[in-house]
Every structure is written in C-alpha cells, then in structure tokens.
Design a protein around this ligand. Structure first.
Ligand SMILES: NC(=O)c1ccc[n+]([C@@H]2O[C@H](COP(=O)([O-])OP(=O)(O)OC[C@H]3O[C@@H](n4cnc5c(N)ncnc54)[C@H](O)[C@@H]3O)[C@@H](O)[C@H]2O)c1
Length: 248
C-alpha cells in the first residue's frame, strides 16, 4: 500500500510504543514524516529506521505551546505542506484519586490535553489548505471507567471532546478529525507501571480486553494509518475503540 505517497505527516510521541509503530507504518506506506518526541535518543533511533530520506526528526516538548508555535512557524517559513497530524505523545501515572497531587494533575493535563490541543491549533491552517486529517490518540479511559487514573482519564476525555469540536467546526472545509481509543497495548507505558499501594485488584479486570490478550502497538498503528488516509474520507468526529472488546 502506498496511501501516503507524496503526503507529509507529523507524528508526535514517535520515540516509543504506538508513536514509533505509527511512524514505521506510515513510512512503509510512503509518507514523508516529521517525527516529534521529547526524548532525543529514542527519537533518533526511530528516525534511523525510516526509509524515506526526506523525513526529519524534531525534539519538542508538546507541553510547551511556545515550542509548538515555533515549530509550526518554522514549517511556514520553509513553505512546508502538511497532509495529516497524528498526536500520539502522552503520559500516564496511577494514583488513588484521594492522593492525587496538583503537580501531577497539572503535568498530565499539560502534556496530554493542552499539548495535543496546541499541536492541532497550530497545524490547522496547514491542514485546511490540504483538506487533511487529524488523528488524536485518546484512550478507552475517555469512554469507560478506569480506576486510579483521574488526571489521565480527564485528559483523554478532553481530547475526545475537543476533537469533536474541531470535526464540526472545520468538517465543512474538508478537514477530518478523529480519535483512536486504545486499551491494553504492550508498550513501555503499560509495562509494569507503578501502582498505588493497597489497590483492590478486582478492578484490574476492568482494564483487560475480552480475550485477555495484550496487543502490539502495530495494531494501533494500522488503525491510525487508516484514519489518516483517504480510505477514511467519510469518517469524521468519531472515537474508534481499539480495545479487544473491553468496553463492549
Ligand atoms: N499502551 C496502551 O495500552 C495505551 C492505551 C490507551 C492509550 N494509550 C495512549 O497512546 C499514546 C502512546 O502511548 P504508548 O503506550 O506508546 O506510550 P510510550 O510511553 O511508549 O510512548 C509515549 C511517547 O510520548 C513521548 N512524550 C511524552 N511526553 C512528551 C512531551 N511532553 N512532548 C513530546 N513527546 C512526549 C515519550 O517520550 C514517548 O516516546 C499515549 O497518548 C497513551 O495515552 C496507550
């Protein structure tokens, strides 16, 4: 498949997990990528795997609207076009809700919600020009209940909500904005996370897919590639669950 031949796509969080798999998938489908991550070493490792020599990597903290603004200003100065934006970067931590510290609450909201929003906000003029697509990685935690993740769930609920705002606000101008809501994907984020002490382990069942199998980030990358492509031209403003039936 070469659905992204002659297309330019930004992928955030490309240094690890779902973002890395997405970059590799889009590269295999012909995309010229601008990959972004806060982790320089991991970002460069992903970059070295890309076949398209025109692709570039950019160390950027999406939690800084100023850095994001400068990044897009630079694209404009260099007369770059953009066909799709894929926002994957995110952070997670588990806390009992009665023990959440304001610093951790703010950090999660700043990266996941504010960071994702400002990537969209500054990409919009480019994407309206190309009648492109935004794919935001939300979570099953935005739709169903998830214990110990108040800040994360709020941030992902926010992503799903503002993505629908963008979908209706710009849909008539040819932009598609959709969310992917994964669950139980094997990545560094989900492997042996630090849990609060004395949790009720019965609640862990609520975050397991129906067949009990955790999947590869490649299984989210394929869905992201679909939603970012012309194949999904008639899909706008959805939360697509890729959760092994968890919330069914
Ligand atoms: N793994 C799962 O089961 C799962 C389930 C639902 C949703 N998600 C979502 O998928 C996305 C990717 O998660 P993952 O599992 O691949 O995690 P991961 O930790 O493997 O990758 C996240 C990447 O985002 C980058 N990042 C973090 N903060 C950043 C910042 N401020 N600026 C730029 N880059 C930053 C990290 O350096 C890392 O490379 C996240 O948004 C996560 O919430 C994952």
């Amino acid at each position: 498949m070469d659905r992204f031949k002659d297309k330019t796509v930004i992928v955030t969080g490309a240094g690890s997990g779902i973002g890395k798999s997405t970059a590799i998938r889009l590269d295999a489908e012909g995309a010229q990528l601008l990959i972004i991550d806060i982790n320089e070493e991991h970002l460069h490792a992903t970059h070295s795997l890309l076949k398209n020599e025109a692709s570039t990597s950019h160390v950027l903290n999406i939690a800084s609207p100023e850095e994001t603004k400068n990044f897009f200003q630079n694209l404009e100065n260099n007369k770059k076009k953009l066909d799709a934006l894929v926002n994957v970067a995110g952070i997670l931590r588990f806390d009992n809700s009665h023990e959440v510290e304001i610093e951790n609450w703010n950090k999660i909201l700043e990266v996941n919600l504010t960071g994702t929003f400002f990537m969209c906000r500054y990409a919009l003029p480019f994407l309206l020009e190309s009648k492109g697509a935004i794919v935001n990685v939300s979570s099953s935690a935005a739709i169903g209940a998830h214990a110990w993740t108040s800040a994360y769930s709020a941030s992902k609920g926010g992503i799903s909500a503002f993505s629908k705002t963008l979908a209706v606000e710009y849909g008539m101008r040819g932009l598609n904005v959709n969310c992917v809501c994964p669950a139980s994907i094997e990545t560094p984020m989900s492997t042996n996370p630090e849990m609060p002490k004395d949790i009720d382990t019965r609640l862990l069942k609520k975050i397991m897919p129906l067949d009990g199998v955790n999947r590869s980030p490649d299984d989210i990358a394929s869905t992201i590639a679909f939603l970012a492509s012309e194949d999904a031209i008639h899909i706008n403003g959805i939360d697509l669950r890729v959760d092994g039936g968890l919330l069914t």
